[in-house]
Design a protein around this ligand. Sequence first.
Ligand code: ADP
Length: 232
Amino acid sequence: MDIVKVSNVVKKYSKVTVLNNINLEVKEGEIIGLIGPSGSGKTTLVKSIMGMEKIDSGMVEVLGEKIPNLKVLNNIGYMAQSDALYEELTGKENLEFFAKLFRLSKSEIRERIEYTAKLVNLEENLSKRVGNYSGGMKRRLSLAACLIQDPKLLILDEPTVGIDPKLRFSIWKELKALKQQGKTIIVTTHVIDEAEKCDKLALIRDGQIIATGSVAELKEKFKVNTVEEIFM
Ligand code: ADP
């Protein structure tokens, strides 16, 4: 089943075309990487998928529903490029806040906080104020926050920016574990080595998808040894 289906999407900012006839299908349980240089349109594409940006033409369907759709939003966990956390609150209070937005019951809140904090390895730090967290801890708390309501689809915009290689590895381990549970994950990155970890890639340049496929398929197609070379 297609969890996401993007058909002929065009998005302009004033007269500039930022997404130029995008077509994309994401299947259940897939990790898809949107790879492309800075400014190529990755963030605009993920925002259009959620309905946060109004598209000029084309159509987006998520979980079988036409976007924008508020109900579907409950089933999307979105992690933006910059952390949207309350620095004055503790990690736990932040997670409680987001859980309440989704109207989870008291026992669900407790369970989901326990589960997500464990997943991102922040159990020991939940009672600390987020203002005192390191950049990596904030990134991990953001990941926990976007998982709080147990969404079917995760959209992660540059989840490992500013994160050291060790932590990056552990975040990818978490993403793989989530995939095993059947989550579908869309991740944007310009880190080529992360591309290798995705089931499928969509290469984006100047608002267009120039190719899609697995890493092996793309290397074969473009007759290159690394994904990086495709962009050169
Ligand atoms: P990426 O995520 O790949 O770095 P973006 O989707 O953020 O790319 O941006 C794609 C293009 O759209 C860039 O040229 C950017 O300057 C432009 N852009 C993004 N948001 C806006 C906006 N709100 N208004 C005008 N132009 C924008």
